[in-house]
Write a protein of this length. Structure first.
Length: 276
């Protein structure tokens, strides 16, 4: 019987030990590598390293107004970028300027900014600049009060009882001058003309024809109060009005105003339908 091969056994033990040590070293080395970056910034990164992504003005509505009128300003962005990867889109306010003078603030959240601001009473007619912190600008034209583009308050409707209409009533709305204007007119099968809708005179004939134009939601509520209970009203846009150089002039107001008018109509027992 030949003696054991010590050389082969020694080599085998050496290689086994070598591979075990190598495996341990690799495992230790991997455990010391940097962990996957967190979605949230670390405490060290968040101190003094946040970059402000300034708002970018998108629109002012209306883009023509008179001094003292309320306008809606919208913008995008308006958040901070931390550690080059974390976007903080929580609410924050940015200063707004009218011709470099303080105008108010615009609130931003989740890449959308919005503000309702009133044009300064001393704003002269002409083109003016609205600027938001960071430098983004947009222009607005200020009209002279009483101009053709500013229909003013119109005639005052005092709340005379209105007759019931076989075809119900039609309601139209548009933004001009210093606010929203509304016309309630007897429903018919014919198309209404643009001038017929936006003219400022009020008409109530003995035969039951009605055309009332008012300025503002409160004045519209007085008109709605004057209608018989359960009266049908169809709120229409400018597609059914001919002719007009600006088919988007007669249009629906913002959702908040629509909901306000709808709720008030229900309280008065009226059947108001919106043709959208």
């Amino acid at each position: 019987m030949s003696p054991p091969d010590l050389t082969k056994n020694s080599m085998k033990q050496f290689l086994t030990g070598f591979f075990m040590i190598t495996t341990i070293l690799v495992a230790v080395g991997c455990s010391q590598t940097s962990p996957t970056a967190s979605l949230a910034p670390t405490s060290d990164c968040s101190q003094g390293e946040a970059e402000i992504i300034w708002p970018k003005l998108e629109a002012v509505q209306p883009d023509q107004a008179v001094s003292g009128a309320e306008v809606r300003i919208t913008a995008s962005r308006g958040y901070t970028l931390e550690c080059d990867s974390f976007y903080d889109e929580s609410h924050r306010d940015f200063d707004v300027f009218f011709n470099q003078e303080p105008f108010g603030t615009i609130g931003c959240m989740s890449n959308h900014c919005e503000a309702l601001l009133s044009i300064p009473e001393n704003a002269d007619p002409g083109v003016h600049t609205i600027t938001v912190a960071g430098g983004s600008q947009i222009e607005i034209e200020i009209l002279e009060k009483g101009s053709l583009d500013d229909p003013g308050q119109g005639e005052i409707f005092t709340g005379t009882s209105l007759p019931s209409s076989v075809k119900g009533y039609e309601l139209y709305s548009w933004r001009a001058g210093d606010g929203w204007h509304f016309t309630l007119i007897t429903g018919t099968n014919r198309t209404k003309t643009f001038d017929e809708i936006v003219s400022q005179e009020n008409v109530i004939t003995e035969s039951g024809w009605v055309k009332i134009t008012v300025h503002g939601v409160e004045a519209l509520q007085i008109v709605l109060d004057s209608l018989p209970e359960s009266e049908q009203i169809f709120w229409l846009d400018g597609k059914l009005v001919e002719p007009s150089n600006d088919m988007n002039f007669i249009r629906f107001p913002p959702k908040v105003i629509i909901e306000q008018v709808l709720q008030y109509s229900r309280q008065q027992g009226l059947n108001l339908q919106i043709d959208q």
